[in-house]
Write a protein that binds this ligand. Structure first.
Ligand code: SER
Length: 319
């Protein structure tokens, strides 16, 4: 088979996605690409691991030729909070790398997965049960790059027939690789701090509600969309997907059910404004109809599993 390239394989989603792809297609068939972050042990031990900067087209092309690549998962991006601190960097990394990958996908007939985000929505989008096809007017640079990316991906599909597919991930909660530089990071940090210190100071208010998803569902959605029958797809690079929505306060209460002495304080910072510009709940009926999307995890079973996994790591001195 032609091999798979995962760009951004050391990130929160990329690291677990690479391992899931290797499980499914065989370790040697999935080439992991890192850049700044150090790779975890499993990533380097289960298959090929290389490094390059995806804003450099030649490096990507060399890897495509060397490994006979047929599919790319382009997971590298600067997220929303870092993007507001350095909008120029966010544009450069997110757009230049995507443009390179799309051009190479066109030339080498490569299939592409594009991770979009709830950040494509903005303050003028309906915030409850946000429709699939709605106003896309984000007020963060990250959101601007994700909307542009969706449009560009759809353009390459329409104009050149590139098979590109993408999901608008909500905040992703996971126990393996921590996220970095996102607005939804509090929903992961709170678990680590609850276990380590029984306290957490949350950077959004108690009332802030955002759509979230547990990593196993995010991986399942990614693999299922890429496996979907092309003829059934009406949308391509921009599927809404939902699993759960809760306030920061509700998340803290859920953790307290397992760790009664846990205390959460709220000190909103600049990320509050970003969170307030995003939806509370998402309508994912297009994903359900076009490729059978259905989540497995809600707040209760996600929190239970997170706490079990992180408690075990803590006991082993790995947290
Ligand atoms: N989790 C991302 C962020 O907060 C949203 O895609 O930036």
């Amino acid at each position: 088979m032609k091999r798979i390239l995962v760009v951004g394989s050391t990130g929160q989603i990329g690291s677990e996605l690479t391992l899931a792809l290797r499980e499914k297609f065989g370790g040697d068939n999935v080439v992991a690409v890192g850049h700044r972050r150090a790779p975890g042990k499993a990533l380097v031990e289960t298959g090929p691991y290389i490094t390059f900067d995806a804003t450099n087209r030649d490096d990507i092309e060399r890897a495509i030729k060397k490994y006979n690549i047929g599919t790319i998962y382009h997971m590298a991006a600067v997220l929303s909070a870092t993007g507001e601190e350095n909008p120029q960097l966010a544009w450069h990394v997110n757009m230049d790398s995507l443009y390179n990958v799309l051009e190479l996908a066109r030339e080498y007939k490569i299939r592409l997965f594009y991770p979009s985000s709830i950040a494509v929505f903005g303050p003028t989008t309906p915030r409850d049960n946000t429709p699939q096809d709605t106003i896309l007017a984000p007020t963060t640079m990250y959101g601007v790059t994700k909307v542009t990316g969706e449009l560009l991906c759809d353009y390459y599909f329409l104009k050149y027939g590139v098979d590109v597919r993408g999901l608008r991930y909500p905040g992703i909660i996971s126990s393996e690789t921590p996220p970095g530089g996102g607005t939804t990071d509090y929903a992961v940090e709170i678990f680590y701090e609850a276990i380590k210190h029984k306290r957490y100071t949350c950077f959004v208010s108690k009332e802030t509600v955002l759509p979230m998803m547990y990593m196993p569902d995010a991986i399942k959605a990614t693999l299922d969309l890429m496996d979907a029958e092309a003829s059934r797809l009406v949308h391509h690079s921009n599927f809404n997907i939902a699993a759960m929505s809760f306030s920061a306060g509700e998340l803290a209460e859920e953790i307290k059910k397992h760790i009664p002495e846990f205390v959460c304080e709220y000190k909103p910072d600049f990320r509050q404004k970003i969170a307030d510009s995003w939806p509370k709940t998402i309508d994912d009926s297009a994903a359900r109809e076009e490729w059978g999307w259905q989540p497995d995890y809600d707040l209760a079973n996600m929190a239970k599993d997170m706490l079990e996994k992180l408690t075990k790591k803590h006991k082993e001195g790995k947290l």
